[in-house]
Design a protein around this ligand. Structure first.
Ligand code: 1GP
Length: 258
C-alpha cells in the first residue's frame, strides 16, 4: 500500500518532471537541531521538495533533529539511515534501503531486519529503495562495505537496477558519495540505468552547482539530492543559491512532462 509521502513524490514527479531533495546530516557540534531546522526551513523556502535526514555516521541526536525539522517544514521529512541508529519515529517516512553492491549481507538485509519491528510499530512510511554506490563512494562505501561501480562501467549498475525493479523496489539511488569529486555520478551512467528501468532514479553525491544538477536530470534522474552544497551555503546566502539550482532543475524537469 502506497502511503502519503510516496503519493506526494509520484504525483509531483508527474506534474514537475524532477524533484529536489535536501539532505541534512545532523551532528552534535556543527549541525545541531537548531541549525538543522534553520537549514531545512530555508531549503523549503528555496523550493526543495523534501528534507532527507541522516547519513553514514549517525551521531545520536537524530530524534531531536527530526523533531526540530518537522516543527518548521511542511514538505515531507524522510529518513536516510546509514544503519539501525538512523531510525526516528518523528519523521514522515523512511527510505528502506538495501545496499545492493555491498559485500556484507548485513548492509543488504541484516540491518533492515533488525530495524523492521521498530518501523512497523511507528507511523513511519517505508519506501523501499535500492542503494547503489558508484566510485568514489566516499564514507558511504567505506561504512557499507561496498564494491563501488567503476565510473566507466554503466552496465553494472544497470543490471543491479533491473534486479531492484524486479524485486519490487520503488526507487533506485545512484550514490557517488557525499562530497564526491568529479561532478557526481557520470551522466552516461544515469542515462544507461534509466533506459533499462521504469522506476524513478534518484542520485546524489558531489552535485554542487546548477550545471551538474541539470545534467543529472537531463540524463534521466527524477530526483536530485544535495547535502554538502546546502550545508556549505544555505545559512550564509539564505537560500539564494539553492533557489537558482531548484529553478534550473525544475526547468530541466519540465521538458520531461508530457
Ligand atoms: C550523500 O548523495 C548524498 O549521500 C549527498 O551528497 O553531500 O555531496 O551533496 P553531497
Amino acid at each position: 500500500m502506497a502511503g502519503k509521502v510516496w503519493s506526494y513524490i509520484t504525483s509531483k514527479l508527474k506534474s514537475e518532471g524532477a524533484l529536489h531533495f535536501t539532505l541534512i546530516d545532523p551532528d552534535p557540534f556543527k549541525v545541531t537541531p537548531d541549525v538543522a531546522s534553520e537549514m531545512a526551513s530555508l531549503a523549503e523556502k528555496a523550493g526543495s521538495d523534501a528534507i532527507m535526514i541522516g547519513g553514514s555516521t549517525a551521531f545520536g541526536i537524530i530524534d531531536e533533529a527530526v523533531k526540530a525539522i518537522s516543527d518548521v517544514v511542511e514538505v515531507p521529512t524522510i529518513l536516510f539511515p546509514g544503519g539501525v541508529s538512523g531510525v526516528s519515529k518523528y519523521a514522515d517516512a523512511i527510505f528502506f534501503m538495501s545496499l545492493f553492491n555491498s559485500m556484507n549481507p548485513y548492509h543488504i538485509v541484516g540491518a533492515q531486519a533488525l530495524a523492521a519491528a521498530n518501523i512497523r510499530l511507528s507511523n513511519l512510511e517505508p519506501i523501499p529503495m535500492a542503494y547503489l554506490i558508484v566510485a568514489p563512494g566516499k564514507t558511504a562505501a567505506w561504512v557499507g562495505d561496498a564494491k563501488p561501480f567503476p565510473r566507466d562501467k554503466p552496465k553494472l549498475p544497470a543490471a543491479y537496477a533491473m534486479a531492484a525493479e524486479m524485486f519490487g523496489f520503488r526507487l533506485v539511488y545512484l550514490e557517488a558519495g557525499s562530497g564526491a569529486e568529479g561532478g557526481g555520478v557520470p551522466p552516461e551512467m544515469i542515462s544507461t540505468v534509466s533506459q533499462f528501468i521504469e522506476i524513478p532514479v534518484i542520485t546524489g553525491g558531489g552535485l554542487n552547482d546548477v550545471a551538474s544538477v541539470r545534467r543529472a536530470v537531463g540524463a534521466g534522474a527524477s530526483i536530485v539530492v544535495q547535502g554538502t552544497y546546502v550545508e556549505r551555503h544555505i545559512l550564509n546566502d539564505r537560500g539564494e543559491g539553492l533557489r537558482e539550482i531548484v529553478r534550473g532543475l525544475k526547468e530541466a524537469g519540465a521538458s520531461r512532462v508530457r
